[in-house]
Design a protein around this ligand. Structure first.
Ligand SMILES: *[C@@H]1O[C@H](CO)[C@@H](O)[C@H](O)[C@H]1NC(C)=O
Ligand SMILES: *[C@@H]1O[C@H](CO)[C@@H](O)[C@H](O)[C@H]1NC(C)=O
Ligand SMILES: *[C@@H]1O[C@H](CO)[C@@H](O)[C@H](O)[C@H]1NC(C)=O
Ligand SMILES: *[C@@H]1O[C@H](CO)[C@@H](O)[C@H](O)[C@H]1NC(C)=O
Ligand SMILES: *[C@@H]1O[C@H](CO)[C@@H](O)[C@H](O)[C@H]1NC(C)=O
Ligand SMILES: [Ca+2]
Length: 353
């Protein structure tokens, strides 16, 4: 190879390496999760953390005040290659652990994942170091370049706090101004469509859920109880996933080796990829109204066009299969990455440093 041709190749290589990848498909995400009483939050967090090209995970806020929920979020992020993604958690912190006093069928996972997979910004025992959730929202939104998608897969208290926030050291904007400037879309798992009574709206502080949904000015997309209920996922991850995977462990602790409904996973999938082939809107106009008891009802107002609820465009089995495939791929991706680096080293004889 002639020297100029080598140089040309080097330049091409450099250009390929240095040029920013096309950003059109990248989305900045902030996830607000309860990560406590159901395991779909853990699966959803893994999908967001392992999506190879489509998401920048800017922050995770935990809206349930258990220390273990915060520590588990940090451990999961670290395992999937996001050891410095900041985590916020609702205060005052407690040592609450989930107990299934309703069906006695489900197990607790957050404390065990937190302990066995300790890592990231909040290693075992360091939950107090977590951010204040509203402070974290404000800092990350103020610093974000480009629009941010906020994904709420639990309770809405911290978003209510963000709406009520005022100028601080992170930004001179009020909460609503900061949201208008930086949040391109709010995606909420909550409610039932066109109407119903669902846990994320009533289960913690229903009047704050109502405050957020009824006062948010920007675009909102809702993922309802009915969307994820019969879309089961997790079995393949448990059967075929890597032995040392924290989400595989979480599903095993929680479900004793059976699949679970996929509310939060579908919600995060939509947040990352948009409607794609999997979803369509259930409405063309109107808005969601949440009452102070947490029940919700769609209002058919054809002057409002920035709120939608999601419907599946594929069968439930097809959606399940797709989620199971993504869970498995995500779990193996961090294992195989290490394996292939070792292989590269061996085959090219790069010395170990
Ligand atoms: C939400 O955020 C506020 C302010 O950061 C915090 O004090 C509160 O504990 C949080 N509550 C919940 C339930 O998320
Ligand atoms: C935010 O303000 C509304 C009233 O404007 C209030 O009802 C709500 O409780 C406040 N949210 C929080 C988290 O304090
Ligand atoms: C909901 O939150 C508001 C504001 O923080 C508080 O005033 C109210 O007592 C809470 N309601 C319940 C049922 O906890
Ligand atoms: C878990 O379920 C899979 C099938 O979904 C099965 O192959 C496997 O043997 C089960 N493991 C245990 C421990 O029951
Ligand atoms: C990762 O490696 C495992 C075991 O070698 C293999 O079964 C799996 O298909 C690989 N997955 C990916 C996404 O490459
Ligand atoms: Ca959840």
């Amino acid at each position: 190879m002639a020297p100029h041709s080598i140089m040309h190749h080097l330049l091409t290589l450099l250009t390929l390496t240095l040029l920013p990848r096309p950003t059109t498909s990248h989305k900045n995400l902030i996830i607000d999760t309860d990560l406590f009483s159901d395991v779909d939050d853990a699966g959803a967090l893994m999908l967001a953390a392992t999506s190879p090209t489509t998401s920048h995970l800017l922050a995770v806020n935990v809206n349930y005040p258990s220390r273990y929920s915060a520590l588990a979020a940090s451990a999961i992020l670290a395992h999937y290659g996001h050891p410095s993604t900041p985590v916020g958690v609702a205060r005052p912190l407690t040592d609450a652990t989930f107990f299934d006093a309703w069906s006695f069928a489900l197990g607790e996972y957050a404390s065990k994942v937190a302990f066995h997979f300790s890592g990231g910004t909040l290693p075992w025992g360091r939950a107090e170091d977590a951010w204040d959730p509203v402070g974290l929202y404000r800092r990350v939104l103020a610093g974000a370049e480009g629009g941010v998608t906020v994904v709420s897969i639990g309770f809405l208290e911290n978003l209510s706090g963000l709406l009520n926030s005022t100028a601080d050291e992170h930004s001179s904007l009020s909460g609503p101004e900061l949201i208008a400037a930086k949040v391109s879309e709010l995606v909420i798992m909550g409610g039932e469509y066109p109407s119903g009574y669902e846990y994320n709206f009533w289960g913690s502080n229903a009047s704050l859920a109502a405050h957020v949904v009824n006062n948010w000015k920007g675009r909102i997309v809702f993922s309802g109880y009915e969307l994820g209920l019969d879309v089961m996922s997790g079995a393949r991850l448990m059967a075929e996933g890597p032995p040392g995977d924290p989400i595989r462990a979480a599903y095993t602790y929680y479900t004793y080796n059976t699949s679970r409904p996929s509310w939060d996973l579908l919600t995060v999938l939509y947040a990352m990829h948009g409607l794609g082939d999997m979803f369509e809107y259930g409405n063309t106009f109107g808005y969601n109204r949440v009452a102070t008891d947490g029940s919700n009802e769609w209002v058919d107002d054809d002057s409002v066009r920035n709120q939608h609820w999601l419907r599946l465009k594929v069968t439930k089995d097809e959606a399940s299969a797709e989620l199971d495939r993504r869970l498995l791929e995500g779990a193996w991706s961090v294992v195989n990455k290490t394996a292939s680096i070792e292989q590269d080293r061996a085959s090219s004889q790069i010395p170990d440093l």
